[in-house]
Design a protein around this ligand. Structure first.
Ligand code: ADP
Ligand code: MG
Length: 212
């Protein structure tokens, strides 16, 4: 098992930038229902800036992911910028040059993301946020690391778990972020951040197991 090559990480970031751009209208529409109709444009602006980073200037995946995190924080206003920034910064710290791309290490990296996002945003599972997509994905990776599954199997499982978590946000009442202002009225709507987060795990399942 090798490390995560910078080319693979670049391909992953480019894939996710394309996915959020392609789904921008849908993400914004979800945010229109329980927020302020900017999640699609926020994510598209941030990930376009990440995709435009000079690929030559990164010696390794850790440095690239850290720069991606800082770029998201500086280009995305709103709650999602610092939260996604935290996600990329932590991934960078855990998937650095000396880390092999194993299910175990990926589980640890995404667990660090989950902890970082929960600390920063103070959301718990069930609060109808991106945490509700990320937490089940982390659980799937941890289970599959224990069971000795392949990277592809574990990431497919994580993507499926994130999608189920995203779907479960429909029935939740928002307790964090703008949607929480609506209280009971937030029920019946899918959380935009959980939706973009599930797309991120799907993108990982598509891009990471492909070694360059
Ligand atoms: P804003 O709410 O500032 O307009 P966005 O629309 O880009 O920012 O992002 C909204 C998403 O951010 C929500 O759908 C939710 O998933 C996520 N979010 C908001 N606040 C929090 C929080 N405190 N913890 C975790 N996620 C949050
Ligand atoms: Mg918004």
């Amino acid at each position: 098992m090798s490390n995560l090559p910078v080319e693979t990480t670049l391909a992953w970031l480019a894939d996710y930038a394309k996915v959020v751009t392609d789904n921008s209208a849908m993400l914004t529409d979800l945010d229109r229902q329980i927020g302020d109709a900017d999640h699609g444009s926020n994510m598209t602006r941030g990930m376009s800036a990440v995709a435009a980073l000079d690929p030559q200037s990164f010696a390794d995946t850790g440095a690239l992911l850290k720069k991606a995190g800082m770029t998201l924080v500086s280009t995305v206003g709103g709650a999602s910028g610092p939260l996604y920034g935290t996600l990329f910064l932590r991934l960078g710290a855990f998937l650095g040059p000396d880390k092999e791309l194993s299910v175990q290490n990926l589980a640890q990296a995404f667990k660090a993301d989950l902890d970082g996002i929960m600390t920063r945003g103070k959301a718990e599972p069930g609060d109808k946020t991106m945490v509700d997509a990320l937490a089940p994905a982390v659980e799937a990776l941890q289970t599959d690391a224990e069971a000795g599954r392949t990277l592809q199997e574990a990431l497919d499982h994580a993507a499926q778990a994130a999608a189920q978590g995203r779907d479960a946000t429909v029935g939740m009442i928002a307790r964090r972020g703008r949607a929480s202002y609506l209280g009971e009225r937030s029920k019946g709507h899918q959380d935009p951040g959980a939706t973009s987060l599930a797309l991120f795990i799907e993108s990982a399942a598509r891009c990471l197991p492909v070694q360059v």
